[in-house]
Design a protein around this ligand. Sequence first.
Ligand SMILES: [Zn+2]
Length: 187
Amino acid sequence: MILPIYIYGSEILRKKCQPVDAASADKEEIRKYVTDMFETMKEAEGVGLAAPQVGRDARILVVDGTDLADTYPALRNFRKAMINPEILEKSAETSLYNEGCLSVPDIHCDVTRPKKITVRYLDENLEEHTEEFDDFAARMIWHEMDHLDGILFTDHVTPIRKKMISSKLHNISKGKVRCAYKAKLGK
Ligand SMILES: [Zn+2]
């Protein structure tokens, strides 16, 4: 099922999301929700999506870099759902990349992030993994994990860049933006 994507200005995008209680969670419901998230992300031609972007206060994210494998061969099999992800380690070395976000249509900004991270997370079957990711994969995960804490990529940009995009952001928050996908401005 395709879910509407909440855009900049929606309150849910600024929430620190709740962890999923793995002991009491309905596994079937989680798996179904993750499937909907993958479907919604694909339809919107995104490479990552976090639960608050589709209106749910929960620490769940999906990433899929497989369509970028021609440019980034390391992403050939990079398609994951992560529940309650935690960064255990991050490299001091960083990289810079021009990011975008399905919740912030038509805006792209350079964002500096650690080049390598180690993440502990539960998959869609609530099984625990600890894995190391680098480069683009690390960036995608970090961007989505930021969403779980109410942080948007535009929060990371330089003050001058922030000034340049402020009127565009204001327009998005008033719903004055065109999206090629089902978008929503709300709580
Ligand atoms: Zn995003």
